[in-house]
Design a protein around this ligand. Structure first.
Ligand code: 5CA
Length: 441
């Protein structure tokens, strides 16, 4: 992409109404524009990152055997009356009426809709286990939308729903989700801690939130400092194996780690030596729930078991805050000059800065590099504007691409360009012909 033909409306000043650094940087880097309180347009750069995060989530969901689909944003109130949540959900639910005076709502979550699909099409235990998921916009009329995409009213969520014959199978689905979430977040360069939490309006008797530690986080958390040493890494897991998934679950949840609502001070003191007790803040980037037959029973989602008798299925639901993740990643990875994207989610892998636009040798070298890298499938943003080099560097630093290539007459006279790593600041000079190989490493 040539920057002269792209749409990257960066801001010089930090917007006064943005309180936390991720919100400030997303606005300054031209990633989002507020459309209404808690509702955002995704400008081209932000949209690229959003799509990258979605892609990772899709890959990891399908690796765990979960099946993608798509349900609508608008739902009929009827199903929510069946489950009893139409009244119970409260003012966070955006209620609408269509021209025939039918009650509708903009879905804050999809347990009812997916349970209705299940009961309409599944009658035998032989279809189980089954986990369906989608990535779709949600609406929650938050009383205080704030911090940009962190607490929006409209936000993008991956929500998945497991259907199992027995409680044991459904507990396995819970553990399997925990494992796949650890992997998903690590691929995005984030360390998350699964913490015992409160189930809120989703309900159920077991739930963990995935928390990224950050001073600006909205959740209050209490944990044993040992939990921050845990890494999932590149271990290979058989997602069908109850034992494999339970082992990871036990390893990652054996230490004390809880959110404020479920924190138990006496237990904390009993379990964790004083030097390891931590009280901090965090960002909730996902949550998993086991709720058994809470929806299947009232909504009649039953299957015929092996003995021919009908039984309500055991369920859970599992959510990842896709749009919130952009904010969380930036909170975890930035410096005073701007965003530092982990390569896996970066909007482009490399930026070319033509330090002297209009100089024939520099222009020709940039064009050639741009074409070579693009042909090799490397996502590259070429700053071909007639701006000062300093301004171009500031823009590249702000938008946080992992690599920057600087091309200028002085280097070219020696046959080299400069490659800079955004995170470490390390620079190296190399021949333009070596660049593609170096970036592909
Ligand atoms: N049905 C369940 C699981 S699919 C559910 O709705 N879970 S949830 O309420 O915990 O939401 C899942 C994730 O969505 C949260 O962990 C959080 O990361 C994200 N999320 C929730 N509310 C908002 C919001 N107002 N703005 C941005 N992200 C949000």
């Amino acid at each position: 992409m040539r920057l002269s033909r792209y749409f990257l409306p960066v801001l010089k000043e930090t917007p006064a109404d943005a309180q936390i650094v991720s919100h400030q940087l997303m606005l300054r880097a031209g990633m989002i524009k507020q459309a209404a309180a808690g509702i955002y347009s995704w400008l081209p750069l932000g949209y690229r990152v959003l799509r990258n995060i979605e892609r990772i989530v899709h890959e990891e969901q399908q690796r765990a055997g979960h099946i993608p689909m798509l349900m609508p944003t608008l739902q009929s109130a009827d199903l929510w009356r069946e489950s009893g949540r139409f009244d119970a959900y409260g003012p966070e639910m955006l209620r609408l009426r269509d021209r025939h005076e039918r009650d509708m709502l903009y879905g804050p979550t999809n347990e009812e809709l997916v349970t209705d699909i299940f009961r309409s099409h599944v009658s035998s235990y032989k279809t189980l286990p089954l986990t369906l998921y989608h990535i779709q916009w949600k609406f929650r009329d938050e009383i205080r939308p704030r911090f940009g995409v962190m607490r929006g009213r409209e936000f993008l969520m991956k929500d998945g729903y497991n259907f199992d014959l027995t409680e044991e199978d459904a507990r396995h689905a819970y553990n399997r989700h925990l494992v796949s979430y650890l992997r998903t977040y690590e691929r995005m360069g984030l360390q998350t801690i699964p913490m015992r939490a409160d189930s809120g309006p989703i309900g159920g008797d077991d739930t963990h939130e995935f928390v990224v530690l950050a001073e600006t986080g909205e959740s209050e958390v209490f944990y044993d400092s040992e939990v921050t040493d845990r890494r999932f890494g590149d271990r290979v897991i058989d997602y069908d194996s109850h034992d494999d998934c339970r082992a990871v679950f036990e390893e990652f949840t054996s230490h004390y780690a809880r959110t404020g609502e479920t924190h138990d001070e006496a237990l904390f003191h009993e379990r964790v030596p004083e030097a390891r007790r931590r009280h901090a803040r965090g960002i909730e980037v996902g949550q998993i729930f086991y709720f058994g037959t809470k929806y299947s029973e009232p909504m009649g989602a039953t299957v015929q078991g092996p003995d021919g008798k009908p039984v309500p299925v055991h369920m859970g639901s599992h959510g990842i805050g896709i749009s919130r993740l952009l904010g969380a990643i930036i909170e975890a990875s930035h410096d005073e000059r701007g965003i530092v994207w982990p390569a896996a989610v970066a909007p482009f892998q490399v930026g070319i800065v033509n330090a002297k636009q209009g100089d024939p040798a520099s222009d020709a070298a940039c064009e050639k590099l741009y074409a070579t890298l693009a042909r090799a499938g490397i996502e590259v943003l070429y700053d071909d504007r007639t701006e000062r080099a300093g301004a171009k560097f500031a823009t590249m630093d702000l938008i946080g691409l992992p690599w920057r290539v600087t091309v200028g007459p002085r280097g070219l006279a020696d046959g080299v360009v400069e490659l800079t790593n955004r995170r470490s600041g390390e620079r190296e000079e190399l021949a333009p012909s070596q660049l593609q190989g170096r970036l592909s490493e």
